[in-house]
Design a protein around this ligand. Structure first.
Ligand code: 26W
Length: 824
C-alpha cells in the first residue's frame, strides 16, 4: 500500500522552487525574506537530498530482494569534495536548479561555492575511492563504501610569510549529505584478554573478555549514479563512549571528570584523519581507528548476510570485500575471528571463506609507507587478533615449507611476523596471504610489486594471484562538472552526452583535430578557463598573471619523490637564463606561469622547506620588473578537490615528474590530459600508459628509467657524485642569498649535494630543462599544439574509472550490475 505514496521528487523548476522554499521555511525555520546564500545552499541541497533518498531506498530494496552479490569497498579515506554540483549533474537537473535558483534571486555558481569540501582523505588514494564510488553507482553495481566519519578532515593549509601553517578542518557544522543512523550501532571491544575453554568433547574455544567498549554509530551518505536511478551508500562510522553520554555510575559516585574523559577518549577515535601521505608512523590511535572501522563494517556486512539465511560457505558468493591498501587488513583477521570464535566454524572452512572474500590493492612501493605494527602494541590492544595472526602465519609458513623444503631464508623473508626488536606484524604480507587477488594500480607498478616487494609471494602463490588494474577517474566530475564548456563542445561533436557513460566515444573527436572552427572554440574554452584561474590567483595571491602565457602546473601532495624541488630548481634555472638574455632573445621566449599547489604532511620538514622555497622564489621573481610577464611563480594555498576543479582545466602543461618507479600510478595526470592539457613527465606510473594511448608525440617524456634507478643510487653512494652543472648554478644562486636566508634551504640542497641524491634530481635535471625547452618551442606553434591537445583528449577513453571498475567487477569481485529493470 505504501508504494502509492512514494514520490519521484521534483522535475520542473517550479516544483524545485517549491521544495527550496519549503525547506527554508520549515526545515531551516527561516523566512525567504532573510534567506542568504548559506541558507539557499542548504535548502537546495535538502531538495536534492530528498530526491536522492527516494532512489537510495529503492536501490537498497532492489538489491535485497534480488539477493545480489555486493562489493564492499573498505577505505580509510574518501576524498569526496563537494556533493551538490555532482548530485545536480548526476540526476540531470542542474539546469532546472539553475533556473529555479535564479528566479529566487541566486546565481547557481554562488550557491555551489557555499559548500565545504568533504575532505576525508590525503590525496590519490582517497580521491580514487571517491571516483570508484561514482563509477560503481553509475554502472549499477551493488556496492557500498565503508569509512570513518572524521570530525576533522585533512587540515586547511594557510601560507604565512611563505610557510605552511595548518588549520583544523571542522566541516560538520552543517552537512546535509549525511544521515545519522542512531539505530545502527555496533559495540567495539579493545584491550582485555583471551581465555581458552575446553568443552566436554575437547573442543577449544577462545573468549575475548574485559577491556573497554566503544560504540560505533553509522552515518550514511547517498551516492547517486550518473543518469541512472541507482543510488548507492557510503557508510561512515563515528565513535562515542558505549555508555552513551557518560558513565552514570561514575557520575553518580561523584567522578564527573573521569566520566567526561572516558567519553572524550572514545570520541577521539574518529576525531581526525591522519595527515600523512605515504608515511607510516605506528601510532596506537591509528591502529585503534583501523580496528574500530573494520570491526563495525564487518559486523554490518555479516549481519546483512545472515538475514539471507544462506550457508556460510556461500558467503563469498554474496560478498566481495576490497581492501584499499593495507589500512583495512585487520578485516581479514576479524572475519576469521567471527567465523571461528562466534559462529563456531572449523579453522579450515573459515579460512577458505575468508581468503575467497578479500581482494587487496597496493598503492605504493615506498618502504616508509608499508604498514607494520609492533607485536607488543597489538598484544595489548587486540590480544585475540594477534593469536589469530600467529595461527595464520603458522599455517602459511607450513605450506611454504612443504612447497619449498629447506629454504629457511625464504620462510624468514615471507613471515607475517618480522623477527625484529620488537617484533612487527607486516600488514601487506597478511593482506596477500588472506586475499584471493592482489593488484597494483598501473602496469609498471604492478610489474614492480611482482619483481620487488612481493617477489617471494609470486613464487609461493603463482603469478595468477597478482594482477594489474590501471587506475581511472570519473569523467563526470573531472570533465563535465569541472569543464562544462568543453563537455558541451564534445557533446556537440560526438552526438550528445553519451560519452560520459562510455568514454571511448571521445575517439570521435580525432576527426576534428584539424578542423579550424572546432580548434578555435577549443582554444577559446582553454583561454576562458585560464582567465578564471588568473582571477583566482589575483584574488588569493595579489599577483597578476597573463592568461596568454603558458600555464605550467604541478598540484599534488608535496613529497620528495614527486620532485617539486626539481620543478622549482628548473624555474630558478629559467630565471637565471632570462636574466642573462638580450632583449632580442627575450622576445623569442614564451611567457610562462609556474603554478604549484599541495599540502605537506605537518611533520615532513623537507616538504615544508620545498613550499618555503617556492614562495621565496616567487616573491623575488614576481616583483622583478626586468622579467615581467616572461615568468611568474605562484603557490596556490590549500589545494583540494574543489580547487582542482578550477585549476586542472586551466593548464597548458602539467608536471608528473616523480623519480621513475616511485609513483604507483598518479591520477591527476589523467585529469589534466582529459581537460586538454599536455604532460611533461617521467616514465613512471600511468604516464607510461597515457603515452601508449595518446602517442609519443603528444607527451613530453624525460629522465632515467626505473630499471636504471638502483644502479644510479649505488653510484651516488659508492662512486663520485658529480652534480649537473646547470643545477650547480641554481644552487650557487640560492646560496648567494638571491631568494632570502641561505640557511633555510641548506637541507634541501644538502640532500642532493651531500646525501646521495636519493631521488635522482641531478641525474634527471639536464633532461628536464631540455624537455622544458621543447615545451616552449612546441607552445609557440599554437596550431599544432591545439591539435595535439585534441588528439590526446580523443584517446583518453581508457582512463575512465568506469573501465577500471568493470575490470575489478569481472576479474576480482565477480559481481554483475543490477539495473532497475532487473529488480523492482
Ligand atoms: C600509512 C600511511 C600511508 C597513507 C597513505 C601510506 C600510504 C598511503 C597511500 C597508499 C598513499 C597514496 O595515496 N598512494 C597513491 O595512490 C594513488 C591511487 O592509486 C596513486 O595514483 C598514487 O600514485 C599513489 O601515490
Amino acid at each position: 500500500a505504501w508504494k502509492k505514496y512514494q514520490t519521484k521528487g521534483f522535475s520542473t523548476k517550479e516544483e524545485f522552487e517549491k521544495d527550496v522554499v519549503r525547506h527554508v521555511e520549515t526545515t531551516l525555520a527561516r523566512s525567504m525574506f532573510n534567506c542568504d546564500e548559506t541558507a539557499a545552499y542548504a535548502a537546495a541541497s535538502l531538495a536534492f537530498r530528498d530526491r536522492l533518498i527516494t532512489e537510495w531506498n529503492r536501490t537498497q530494496q532492489r538489491q535485497t530482494f534480488t539477493d545480489s552479490k555486493r562489493v564492499y569497498y573498505l577505505s580509510l579515506e574518501f576524498l569526496m569534495g563537494r556533493a551538490l554540483d555532482n548530485a545536480m549533474l548526476n540526476v540531470g537537473l542542474k539546469n532546472v536548479a539553475k533556473e529555479g535558483m535564479s528566479e529566487l534571486g541566486f546565481r547557481i555558481e554562488d550557491i555551489i561555492e557555499q559548500e565545504h569540501d568533504a575532505a576525508l582523505g590525503n590525496g590519490g588514494l582517497g580521491r580514487l575511492a571517491a571516483c570508484f564510488l561514482d563509477s560503481m553507482a553509475s554502472l549499477n553495481y551493488p556496492a557500498w563504501g565503508y569509512g570513518l566519519r572524521y570530525r576533522y578532515g585533512i587540515f586547511k593549509q594557510e601560507i604565512v610569510d611563505g610557510y605552511q601553517v595548518e588549520v583544523p578542518d571542522y566541516w560538520l557544522d552543517f552537512n546535509p549529505w549525511e544521515f545519522p543512523r542512531h539505530d545502527i550501532t555496533v559495540d567495539i571491544q579493545f584491550y582485555g584478554n583471551v581465555r581458552k575453554y575446553q568443552d566436554d568433547k575437547g573442543v577449544q574455544t577462545a573468549v575475548w573478555e574485559g577491556g573497554e567498549i566503544v560504540k560505533a554509530t553509522a552515518f550514511d551518505v547517498p551516492i547517486p549514479g550518473y543518469s541512472t536511478p541507482t543510488t548507492n551508500n557510503l557508510r561512515l562510522w563515528s565513535s562515542k563512549a558505549a555508555s552513551g553520554e557518560f558513565d552514570f555510575q561514575k557520575f553518580n559516585s561523584g567522578d564527573y571528570e573521569s566520566s567526561v574523559a572516558d567519553q572524550q577518549r572514545a570520541e577521539t577515535i574518529s576525531a581526525v584523519l591522519y595527515p600523512n601521505d605515504n608515511l607510516e608512523r605506528g601510532k596506537e590511535l591509528r591502529l585503534k581507528q583501523q580496528y574500530f572501522w573494520v570491526a563495525a563494517s564487518l559486523y554490518d556486512i555479516v549481519r546483512r548476510f545472515k538475514k539471507s539465511k544462506r550457508a556460510w560457505r556461500e558467503f563469498p558468493d554474496q560478498v566481495a570485500i576490497q581492501l584499499n591498501d593495507t589500512h583495512p587488513t585487520l578485516a581479514i583477521v576479524e572475519l576469521q575471528r567471527i567465523l571461528i570464535d562466534l559462529e563456531g566454524l572449523e579453522w579450515d572452512e573459515a579460512w577458505s571463506i575468508v581468503s575467497q572474500t578479500f581482494g587487496y590493492t597496493n598503492h605504493t612501493v615506498l618502504p616508509e609507507a608499508l604498514e607494520k605494527w609492533s607485536v607488543p602494541l597489538f598484544q595489548n590492544l587486540l590480544p585475540r587478533h594477534l593469536q589469530i595472526i600467529y595461527e595464520i602465519n603458522l599455517f602459511f609458513l607450513q605450506s611454504v615449507e612443504r612447497k619449498f623444503p629447506k629454504e629457511r631464508e625464504l620462510l624468514a623473508r615471507v613471515s607475517i611476523i618480522e623477527e625484529s626488536q620488537p617484533k612487527m606484524v607486516r600488514m601487506a604480507y597478511l593482506a596477500i596471504v588472506g586475499s584471493h587477488k592482489v593488484n597494483g594500480v598501473a602496469e609498471l607498478h604492478s610489474d614492480l610489486i611482482k619483481t620487488t616487494i612481493f617477489k617471494d609471494f609470486v613464487r609461493i602463490f603463482g603469478p595468477d594471484k597478482f594482477t594489474n588494474v590501471t587506475n581511472g577517474i570519473t569523467p563526470r566530475r573531472w570533465l563535465h562538472q569541472a569543464n562544462p564548456r568543453l563537455s558541451e563542445l564534445i557533446a556537440s561533436k560526438t552526438g550528445g552526452y553519451d560519452f560520459l557513460k562510455d568514454l571511448t566515444m571521445l575517439n570521435k573527436l580525432e576527426q576534428f583535430a584539424d578542423d579550424k572552427e572546432f580548434k578555435k572554440e577549443w582554444q577559446e574554452i582553454k583561454y576562458a578557463n585560464k582567465v578564471r584561474l588568473a582571477k583566482h590567483i589575483k584574488a588569493t595571491t595579489g599577483v597578476t598573471v597573463n592568461p596568454s602565457a603558458l600555464f605550467d602546473i604541478q598540484v599534488k601532495r608535496i613529497h620528495e619523490y614527486k620532485r617539486q624541488q626539481m620543478n622549482i630548481f628548473g624555474v630558478i634555472h629559467r630565471y637565471l637564463t632570462i636574466k642573462a638574455m638580450s632583449p632580442e632573445e627575450r622576445k623569442k621566449l614564451a611567457p610562462r606561469v609556474s603554478i604549484f599547489g599541495g599540502k605537506a604532511a605537518p611533520g615532513y620538514w623537507m616538504a615544508k622547506t620545498i613550499i618555503h622555497l617556492v614562495n621565496s622564489v616567487g616573491a623575488v621573481i614576481n616583483k622583478d620588473a626586468d622579467v615581467g610577464d616572461l615568468l611568474k611563480v605562484i603557490f596556490l594555498e590549500d589545494y583540494n578537490v574543489s580547487k582542482a576543479e578550477t585549476i586542472i582545466p586551466a593548464s597548458d602543461i602539467s608536471e608528473h615528474i616523480s623519480t621513475a618507479g616511485t609513483e604507483a600510478s598518479g591520477t591527476s595526470n589523467m585529469k589534466f590530459v582529459l581537460n586538454g592539457g599536455l604532460i611533461i613527465g617521467t616514465c613512471d606510473g600511468a604516464n607510461i600508459e597515457i603515452t601508449r594511448e595518446v602517442g609519443e608525440n603528444n607527451i613530453f617524456l624525460f629522465g632515467n628509467l626505473s630499471e636504471d634507478v638502483d644502479e644510479l643510487r649505488h653510484a651516488h653512494t659508492y662512486g663520485r657524485h658529480e652534480l649537473d652543472p646547470n643545477l650547480t648554478k641554481v644552487f650557487d644562486s640560492i646560496k648567494s642569498g638571491t631568494f632570502g636566508d641561505v640557511n633555510s634551504f641548506s637541507a634541501l640542497i644538502g640532500a642532493i649535494e651531500d646525501h646521495g641524491d636519493y631521488y635522482l634530481v641531478s641525474d634527471d635535471f639536464l633532461s628536464y630543462i631540455q624537455t622544458q625547452d621543447l615545451v616552449d618551442q612546441a607552445y609557440k606553434n599554437q596550431d599544432e599544439w591545439v591539435s595535439k591537445c585534441i588528439i590526446s583528449v580523443a584517446r583518453m577513453g581508457f582512463f575512465s574509472s568506469d573501465r577500471c571498475i568493470n575490470e575489478y567487477a569481472e576479474s576480482i569481485w565477480n559481481i554483475e550490475p543490477l539495473t532497475p529493470e532487473d529488480g523492482n
